[in-house]
Design a protein around this ligand. Structure first.
Ligand SMILES: [Zn+2]
Ligand SMILES: [Zn+2]
Length: 312
């Protein structure tokens, strides 16, 4: 289970031979959230370990084509493959009109309940919550209305067991429950084992922040402060700072500077312009400011437990 993300696409604007358009699947204890759905997202899902029908909800950051042109096809395939589970999508205003028009002219009657929620620019606001995670949205700084998201695990209220100590005793399920809630353990011979010997505090919750596409802006800091992993727009290198600003995008130096200012644990660069065939120099620029930086590659799986990246 755990908390990890699968990069479906890490390129900007249009697909290239080695980078697809934006898309990620975040898995929080088995609940899967698709963030953005650029053209080709279905193919990338099929090439990854993610099962299309297991996607629980979808977040669309903004309505540039490289972030949602794959969505109608994905919804259609979910329908054709027999989905009956309701699907909720969170997106800026206008997506509902587009989806309605496409399914009207193609005479598509979905087998499942599709609900499109319109994001509002108040910041930050909780848009979704279940037993696994809480998702907040907040406006970011692009050329059209665009949102960032923070996905946080739900707090774990019970203590976690010290397995190596607990297995010395024969514990019934009721005993385990009481110990996890903080009770001492009384053995059959009357000996009391203090709770502190059996348990440790719950692990702190992990949080993932997604900010793509956006320029650098210090107003983002409160929303992303101290997250375990920040994914940030790195369309350009530092030589193209003016160009980045004019197009509403970020650079290596800006992403790394913001990561440092926001005191995040790790930075993930993404949305690379097709002009950069080798992004090693971009990674070097960012790591010079914020060493704990990695670069997204298509189909990479990034675990928020140990923040390692592997190819799927
Ligand atoms: Zn984009
Ligand atoms: Zn964009």
């Amino acid at each position: 289970m755990g908390f990890y993300l699968t990069v479906l696409g890490s390129g900007a604007s249009m697909p290239t031979g080695h980078r697809s358009c934006s898309g990620q699947v975040v898995n929080v204890e088995g609940f899967k959230i698709l963030i953005d759905a650029g053209e080709g997202v279905q193919n990338q899902i099929r090439r990854s370990h993610v099962k299309m029908q297991s996607i629980g909800t979808i977040l669309i950051s903004h309505l540039h084509g490289d972030h949602f042109f794959g969505l109608p096809g994905l919804i259609s395939s979910m329908h054709l493959c027999g989905r009956t589970e309701p699907l909720d999508i969170y997106a800026p205003k206008g997506l509902d009109e587009v989806i309605d028009a496409i399914f009207r002219v193609s005479d598509t009657q979905l087998n499942f309940q599709l609900t499109i929620h319109t994001l509002a620019p108040e910041t930050p606001q909780t848009i979704f919550e279940n037993s696994k995670c809480r998702i907040t949205s907040f406006p970011i700084y692009h050329s059209i209305e665009t949102y960032g998201f923070v996905i946080a695990e739900q707090p774990k209220n019970s203590l976690s067991l010290k397995r190596d100590v607990c297995k010395k005793y024969t514990l019934a399920n009721d005993d385990l429950l009481r110990v996890k809630q903080g009770a001492d353990l009384t053995l059959p011979d009357g000996t009391v084992v203090p709770n502190s010997q059996l348990t440790q505090p719950p692990k702190p919750i992990r949080r993932y922040a997604y900010c793509c596409d956006t320029t650098y802006n210090e107003n983002l800091i409160p929303a992303i402060k101290g997250v375990d992993l920040l994914c940030f727009d790195c369309t350009f290198d530092s030589k193209n700072t003016e160009l980045a600003l004019s197009k509403g995008h970020g650079t290596t130096v800006q992403a790394a500077t913001l990561a440092k200012q926001a005191e995040v644990s790790q930075l993930l660069l993404t949305h690379f312009s097709a002009r950069f065939k080798d992004i090693t120099p971009l990674l070097d620029e960012a790591q010079a400011i914020f060493p704990n930086t990695i670069a997204a590659t298509d189909l990479a799986v990034i675990d928020l437990q140990n923040l390692a990246q592997s190819n799927d």
